[in-house]
Design a protein around this ligand. Structure first.
Ligand SMILES: Cc1ncc(COP(=O)(O)O)c(C=O)c1O
Length: 512
């Protein structure tokens, strides 16, 4: 630790050395530069570093303990206290702070503008106690098979730790890629392990695809509404988004066809199965038409297949990738919803020559995804623990989804409509035209219920009178009460005289 000490010979004009050390450490603690519980340097060590007597440092430490800044443990040393007294104001910097704004890249500026725009229109409050929140969209952590995963992880570290804690090839752990090839066969996807690249979640998949295929000024056609994080990645690489509306459960293929007469997008992004936010799936016939259309126009498709396993009732048709003879579909999958999102583990399936490019981009971005975690997930799958967990998640999600649909039918005022979610974890509600979901959210939170305003899922505005309800994180026993509160909020908002007149706006997504 470096402590600037005033050692001027005139002792009347400076603080004693011990006091200077004490004050310096107090400031480090109060400004959280030294966190609670951190061990302070041994007195001998600090005395040597500062060139002072050891008893001087010991005196400073005694004062820190006496003042409640630190606690001493005999034989172990002195530690920063868990609760510290008062915050000491940080000294004003002598020179002006370096201004980074002029240095930000175009991409950073786009990202910042996007973040500001999001803040301005869709502030989902942190769930407060007593608020039933349909906002999150995260899996329910109380269902996580953490103990089973810990046991598998321990075994992997014991048996393969030496090899897997080393640097590793970017393509990924071969047994996991082989396992994934078998796993994807269940959905009708025939893929060889060399066509699979392991990535840090779908999010990295979008990023690698964007940096490999997009240049600033390119267009990306995207179904609307859509997954905001995917939109943000494409925008960050300078692309402009061309929204394509949804019809009957999926991207409106004929609309896209007309769009292609005027525009030449570089990619089309879609979620044909268990779409977020609507929970809808595209029909087999529409999938075939989309693949054929894109084949004719040589337009690559990014197929986000993130939740193909979570479906309720009828099994969705096979992924677009299964009908892709020429290799223009890039399929991106993830373990986030079927296991743990915190693993950051996903995969890209694409033509071998593209996988090679994506692998190079990944190598540059982060060298590789944690091999230890890849191996643990592989063994977890091989022991059929994932199948067991998945069955439980599907059962529980189906109960919640059914309870939500029943509560909506029972409680919602006539005129409010919603998508009949067939998969995933959410559905989209369409309010009365002219009713604003952001304003409604403030009133809803006061009544003890929260949701995500729908405009976050729309390209540059639109969807103001929609909201997303996510059912993955709410116990089934709270769903009816939550929807009762929401319906009351909507009725109340309808009665408010200052509400703008109902506009004759078409619904944001067609109702099924
Ligand atoms: C449409 C969509 N794609 C992908 C993901 C998962 O992303 P990741 O694998 O990065 O956790 C989500 C998560 O909510 C999603 O909604």
């Amino acid at each position: 630790m470096k402590i600037p000490l005033d050692r001027s010979p005139d002792r009347t004009r400076r603080q004693p050395i011990a006091r200077q050390i004490q004050r310096h450490v107090e400031r480090l603690i109060s400004q959280r530069l030294l966190a609670p519980g951190v061990k302070l340097p041994a007195t001998r060590e600090l005395a040597r570093d500062l060139g002072v007597n050891r008893t001087t440092v010991a005196l400073a430490y005694d004062e820190l303990v006496a003042g409640g800044w630190a606690r001493a443990h005999v034989g172990q040393g002195t530690f920063v206290a868990d609760q510290v007294p008062v915050e000491i104001e940080a000294p004003r910097p002598e020179s002006p702070r370096f201004d980074w704004t002029g240095f930000l890249s175009k991409s950073a500026q786009v990202i910042a503008a996007d973040a500001r725009r999001r803040l301005s229109y869709s502030q989902v409050p942190q769930p407060a106690p007593g608020v039933i929140s349909f906002a999150g969209g995260m899996p329910d952590a109380s269902l996580f098979p953490t103990d089973a995963f810990r046991r598998v992880l321990n075994r992997v570290i014991r048996d393969e730790g030496r090899e897997l804690l080393q640097y590793y090839p970017a393509r990924g752990y071969p047994p996991l890629r082989e396992h994934l090839a078998g796993y994807l066969l269940r959905f009708g996807l025939e893929v060889r392990p060399e066509e699979i690249l392991i990535v840090n979640g779908s999010q990295q998949g979008f990023d690698l695809v964007a940096r490999t295929l997009l240049d600033p000024g390119d267009f990306v056609a995207i179904e609307q509404p859509s997954y905001p994080r995917a939109m943000r990645v494409f925008r960050a690489y300078g692309a402009q988004l061309l929204p394509v509306p949804m019809v009957a459960g999926g991207l409106h293929v004929e609309y896209l066809e007309r769009l292609l007469e005027r525009q030449s997008p570089k990619l089309v992004y879609c979620q044909p199965t268990a779409h977020n936010p609507t929970g809808l799936s595209m029909s087999a016939a529409a999938r075939q038409r989309l693949v054929d259309l894109c084949g004719r126009h040589r337009l690559p498709i990014v197929e986000d297949g993130f939740d193909g396993t979570l479906f309720y009732g009828e099994r969705p048709p096979a992924p677009l990738k299964s009908q892709d003879a020429s290799g223009l579909v890039i399929y991106i999958g993830t373990f986030s919803k079927i296991l743990f999102p915190g693993l950051r583990l996903g995969w890209i399936v694409a033509a071998p020559e593209l996988i090679e490019r994506l692998e190079t981009a990944k190598d540059l971005a982060d060298i590789h995804t944690s091999p230890i975690l890849q191996a643990a997930v592989f063994h977890f799958c091989r022991q059929r623990l994932l199948d067991r967990h998945q069955a439980r998640v599907v059962r529980e999600s189906a109960r919640r989804r059914n309870a939500l649909l029943a509560a909506l039918s029972r409680r919602m005022p006539t005129g409010v409509t919603w998508t009949e979610s067939q998969g995933g974890f959410s559905l989209l509600v369409t309010l009365f035209p002219g009713m604003n979901a952001v304003t409604l959210l403030e009133q809803a939170v006061q009544r003890g219920v929260a949701f995500s305003p729908g405009n976050a899922f729309f390209v540059d505005g639109g969807g103001e009178h929609t909201l997303r309800l996510s059912f993955s994180g709410i116990p089934v026993t709270q769903i009816d009460e939550g929807i009762k509160r929401l319906a009351e909020t909507i009725r109340e908002a309808q009665r408010q005289p200052e509400r703008p007149a109902r506009l004759e706006e078409p619904p944001a997504v067609p109702l099924v």
